[in-house]
Write a protein that binds this ligand. Sequence first.
Ligand SMILES: Cc1cc2nc3c(=O)[nH]c(=O)nc-3n(C[C@H](O)[C@H](O)[C@H](O)COP(=O)(O)OP(=O)(O)OC[C@H]3O[C@@H](n4cnc5c(N)ncnc54)[C@H](O)[C@@H]3O)c2cc1C
Length: 408
Amino acid sequence: MITLKKPKIVIVGAGYGGLMTTVRLQKLVGVNEADIVLINKNDYHYETTWLHEASAGTLHHDRVRYDIRDVIDRSKVDFVQDTVVEIKKEEKKVILEKGEVEYDYLVIALGGEPETFGIKGLKEYAFGITNVNSSRQLREHIEYQFATYNMEEEKNDNRLVIVVGGAGFTGIEFLGELTNRIPELCHEYDVDSHKVKIICVEAAPTVLPGFDPELVNYAVSQLERKGVEFLIGTAIKECTPDGIIVAKGEEEPREIKAETVVWAAGVRGNSIIEKSGFEAMRGRVKVQPDLRVPGFDDVFIIGDSSLVINEEINRPYPPTAQIAMQQGEVVARNLAALVRDKQDLETFTFDNKGTVCSLGHDDAIGVVFGKKVTGAKASFMKKVVDNRSLYMIGGAGLVLKKGKFNVF
Ligand SMILES: Cc1cc2nc3c(=O)[nH]c(=O)nc-3n(C[C@H](O)[C@H](O)[C@H](O)COP(=O)(O)OP(=O)(O)OC[C@H]3O[C@@H](n4cnc5c(N)ncnc54)[C@H](O)[C@@H]3O)c2cc1C
């Protein structure tokens, strides 16, 4: 009797892209057709797009994560909790901290890492909004500053200064949550709210580059009203244990003292990509239209570690959960085709459903189906988007468990 070896599909990373690939693939492929292995650092998935809430403390970090095993079909998918150290693409092997796994097909969905542009001191002294651990640490740090402020005889006002580097999506969403959280913190720790300073430093000439100017003005005036000071066209030159050094154009650099500096400007691909010898731009691999790596027909890369060009403007699409999930759906179909020996693979085309940027739980700006929205309407849309991503991966059950229903 001849037994044919089943192809082994290995998916690394259980974020938006990796989990979407897995849940779609488990429906498309039978147990006799392929072995599917999903590898992730933690046994939980976190909603990266909700981390600004966990970081500000407006949503508990347990609300932004769920058990991976609850959404995969364990009769079809073998889940391995381990950390990827390197990919040996010539040997078709993934090296893990606790072992190694061979593959016939590999999907790399390891997400991104903060891009610090070589700015001195950022890695050492600034906080990031990158995963559950960093968000929890940032929330605790801010609370500690408030709690300590009143303990000290000689008041250190810098404890109440929070600098946010970057007025892109992540920076603005975090500021929205933070400005909602500050009155609660002041009340809880008996701190005079006038003492609190929130400063957003952005090197680009505008807040939310690429967003509609009318919506940007709305966001800026709402955040300014809640106490945010914007330093636009101003670059962070260095981060120190005491704060940051900034400079605007030709002006002399100056110091802003702050006990909390948050870096929320820029994403690069996962460092595993460059470590594994893939040709990349800022850690992101320009993938083929079918999402495979040029020269490696058995490797797909999706999400923040991939780079897809928007042909209309000849520039890369910014990395988003929306793209990662759509890529996951295409990769699942392409893998199903490959295990059935079909070589004609689907091409990925991004279908932009719109973008909504929250300004706290009760306010937002966005463009949805080509229409501009602000305020409560936009905030409602944001929650619809958040619940939709839960639904697409874990169905109605996951929405009921983790969804956002504080829509009014
Ligand atoms: C605060 C914030 C708000 C955002 N808001 C939006 C938004 O509103 N809309 C939008 O579309 N996008 C938004 N984004 C961007 C979006 O979150 C990312 O583009 C998206 O998460 C990328 O998906 P991914 O699958 O590539 O990676 P991720 O979802 O980040 O998942 C990567 C996974 O890989 C795992 N991993 C990493 N390294 C290893 C390793 N070495 N070994 C094993 N596992 C590993 C991680 O634990 C994680 O589970 C936001 C991002 C942030 C930070």
